[in-house]
Design a binder for this molecule. Structure first.
Ligand SMILES: [Zn+2]
Length: 331
């Protein structure tokens, strides 16, 4: 075999195996080359420039080109490019129809990225929906009916039914952060402005608030946080709950109780096999599991049980792998 044909064979193999994945989050962006089995070959990470959409898309594409050059490849070697965005996307996977950042809102991000990659087609998807696609392709242990729930600063969700992502009429399906979970003393939801939403009571932001309130009430707890050099937020709360500090455990009990209520309501409607939790707060899964299950089991109709409550195995890269899954769609 001459050198040229060896090179062509290698290129063909790579064409079948590699995709470009761009995960544009609210604070950081990761650009990567990912193999069809979900292996991340190489990646770059940098802050998301929320104020300047065009400049940030330039940076994403420059990073992808650098990664390709690093592997001795060009864009034609890729079998697809997918990108996740922090907002609602149209069903064609091109337009960011709703985004909290004004300079990004209403822009055809898919076409804009594609134009910067020499006309290569790029599909985009909401970041939480993308996590569900990643579970479907790379994780989820063969599950085809499940609810993905991101518990981080806020609470977001995505629904997979019959192996397909459910989008709803406007692409908002699965936004379970706005299920009402508190009627007695409801807090204002920072996202929708309503009261008593799961996002207001069962999110990372809510955990921060609960923990700070406990610290205010209990000077010994505040001294413990300071003495151990812990942050006065949910991360500090998690560290102390791991040590069995009762006030910190109580915060997770309340958080878990609200999550169980919200997830239970969603499960009654959707009848999934499993609920999969991801996001920063879900890293404290073992601290919350029993508390979530307590209210979850009391909310869900017995005929729908058992429903597995799982922590994602995709870790920090769930959304990035979702971008890869998007690029591999139909392959
Ligand atoms: Zn809300």
């Amino acid at each position: 075999m001459c050198f040229h044909s060896i090179s062509a064979a290698v290129t063909r193999r790579r064409q079948a195996e590699m995709v470009g994945a761009i995960d544009i989050g609210g604070t950081k962006t990761i650009v990567a080359l990912v193999q069809e089995d979900g292996t991340i070959v190489d990646s770059e990470r940098f802050p998301t420039c929320r104020a300047h959409c065009e400049a940030h898309l330039d940076a994403c594409c420059e990073a992808l080109q650098r990664l390709l050059r690093g592997q001795g490849l060009d864009v034609r070697c890729l079998s697809g490019i997918g990108a996740t965005v922090p907002g609602i996307v149209d069903e064609k996977g091109q337009m960011l129809v709703h985004c909290a950042y004004p300079d990004w809102n209403g822009k055809p991000i898919g076409h804009m990225l594609g134009g910067r990659m020499g006309g290569f087609p790029v599909l985009i998807e909401n970041d939480v929906n993308a996590c569900a696609l990643a579970e479907l392709r790379f994780g989820a242990g063969g599950l085809h009916d499940f609810l993905w729930v991101t518990v981080s600063t806020g609470v977001g969700g995505a629904v997979v039914s019959g192996g397909r992502l459910v989008r709803g009429s406007k692409g908002f399906a699965g936004e379970l952060g706005h299920i009402k979970v508190e009627y007695g003393r409801p807090c204002v939801c920072p996202s929708c402005g309503g009261r008593g939403c799961l996002e207001a009571h069962g999110s990372g932001r809510a955990l921060d608030r609960m923990f700070r309130l406990e610290m205010k009430r209990n000077s010994q707890l505040a001294a413990l946080v300071e003495g151990q050099g812990l942050p006065a937020d949910g991360r500090g709360c998690a560290a102390l709950a791991q040590q069995g500090v009762p006030q910190a455990v109580a915060c997770f009990r309340r958080l878990g109780s609200y999550l169980g209520r919200g997830l239970g309501a969603a499960v009654n409607v959707l009848n999934p096999q499993a609920v999969i939790l991801g996001g920063g707060v879900a890293d404290s899964f073992s601290l919350m599991y029993n508390f979530i299950m307590e209210t979850f089991c009391s909310c869900v109709h017995p005929s729908l049980m058992p429903v597995q409550l799982l922590h994602t195995g995709l870790g920090y890269h769930a959304a990035l792998l979702g971008a890869a899954a998007l690029a591999l769609k139909g392959k």
